[in-house]
Design a protein around this ligand. Structure first.
Ligand SMILES: C[S@@+](CC[C@H](N)C(=O)[O-])C[C@H]1O[C@@H](n2cnc3c(N)ncnc32)[C@H](O)[C@@H]1O
Ligand SMILES: [Zn+2]
Length: 277
C-alpha cells in the first residue's frame, strides 16, 4: 500500500484523467471514479477483460521461475548500466508491460527515493509485481488505452520485451526523461526458434524502433549477447514465457522439458535509451 500512496501523485484517472488519491484501499479520482486495491496489492484499471495479449498464469509462472534462476541477470545488469548513463530529471519510474516486476525492481534498487509504477495487461503479472519491490505500485492497464499517468510525471519509462506506445511515453515523460527499451535481436533464442518453429524476430526491428522514436534523441545503448547452456526444463520455460508460447504445440514443449541433455541457447538483445527533448 505504501508504494501506491507514494505513486498516487504520478497517476491520473484512466476514465477522466482527473488527479487521483488513495485511501481505504481504494484509488479514487475527484470526479468519483473508484478502483479497489485487490487483496494481492495491485489495482485493476481496465474497463473490459484484457484479451489474449495478456500473459496467462502459465506464462507468468514460467517467466517468474526463469528470472528467479538468475539466467537473465546479465540483461538486468545491462539495463541498470544504461539507466545510470542517463542524466534523469525528477520524476517516477514507469515500467510498461512490466510482467513480474523483475527488471523494475532491479532498476528501482539502484535509484533510491524514486517511486515506481508497474503497468501490465495481465493480473497474474500484476500480482507478482505488487510484491517485487517496496517502492513499486502495481497496476493492471492497457498501454494502448492511454496511460493512467499524469503528463510529465515520469523520469524513466522502461519497456522490456513489451508493447511500445511512443506518443504516450512522450506525454508522461518530463523533459530530459528517457525511455529505455529492451528488444530481441534476430538471433535471440534462435536455437529454440528453429527447433520449435517459433515466430522469428523481424530483422528490421531496430530500424522500425528508430522510426517509432524519431521524435526522441538517441541515448546510451548496449547489446547483450551470451550463449546460455540450459537443461530441457529451462529451455522449455524460455519458450513458454514469451508470446511465442501461443504458437508452439504443447507436446513439443513437454518433450523439450523432459529432455535430459543440455542445449545451447543464444541470448541476444539490444538495450537502447531514447531521450525526450
Ligand atoms: C514478453 S512479456 C515481458 C514482461 C517483462 N517486461 C519481462 O521482461 O519480464 C510482455 C508483457 O507485456 C504485457 N502486455 C501485453 N500487451 C500489453 C498491453 N497492451 N498493455 C500492457 N501490457 C501488455 C503482457 O501481459 C506481458 O506481461
Ligand atoms: Zn475519473
Amino acid at each position: 500500500m505504501s508504494a501506491l500512496l507514494d505513486a498516487a501523485p504520478l497517476l491520473r484517472c484512466p476514465r477522466c484523467a482527473a488527479d487521483v488519491t488513495v485511501a481505504d484501499r481504494t484509488l479514487r479520482c475527484a470526479t468519483g471514479h473508484s478502483f479497489d486495491v485487490a487483496k494481492q496489492g495491485y489495482v485493476n484499471l481496465l474497463s473490459r477483460p484484457p484479451g489474449a495479449a495478456a500473459d496467462d498464469a502459465a506464462m507468468v509462472a514460467a517467466r517468474n521461475a526463469l528470472l528467479d534462476s538468475g539466467l537473465y541477470s546479465p540483461l538486468a545488469d545491462a539495463l541498470t548500466r544504461v539507466v545510470h548513463a542517463l542524466d534523469l530529471p525528477a520524476g517516477g519510474v514507469l515500467d510498461v508491460g512490466a510482467g513480474t516486476g523483475y527488471y523494475t525492481a532491479a532498476v528501482l534498487e539502484t535509484l533510491p527515493n524514486r517511486a515506481g509504477v508497474a503497468l501490465d495487461l495481465s493480473a497474474y503479472a500484476a500480482r507478482r509485481a505488487a510484491r517485487a519491490h517496496p517502492r513499486l505500485a502495481s497496476l493492471v492497464g492497457d498501454v494502448w488505452a492511454g496511460l493512467p499517468v499524469r503528463a510529465g510525471a515520469i523520469a524513466l519509462v522502461l519497456d522490456v520485451f513489451a508493447p511500445r506506445n511512443a506518443e504516450e511515453f512522450a506525454r508522461v515523460l518530463a523533459p530530459g526523461g528517457a525511455v529505455v527499451l529492451v528488444t530481441p535481436r534476430p538471433e535471440h533464442l534462435g536455437e529454440l526458434v528453429a527447433a520449435l518453429g517459433m515466430p522469428q524476430v523481424d530483422p528490421r526491428k531496430a530500424e522500425r524502433l528508430a522510426a517509432t522514436f524519431a521524435g526522441f534523441a538517441q541515448g546510451p545503448a548496449r547489446c547483450v549477447r551470451e550463449t546460455l547452456s540450459v537443461d530441457g526444463a529451462t529451455a522449455a520455460s524460455l519458450a513458454r514465457m514469451g508470446p511465442a508460447a501461443h504458437h508452439v504445440a504443447a507436446a513439443a514443449l513437454e518433450h523439450l522439458a523432459a529432455s535430459e541433455s543440455t542445449t545451447d541457447v543464444t541470448l541476444s538483445v539490444d538495450v537502447a535509451a531514447f531521450v525526450r527533448p
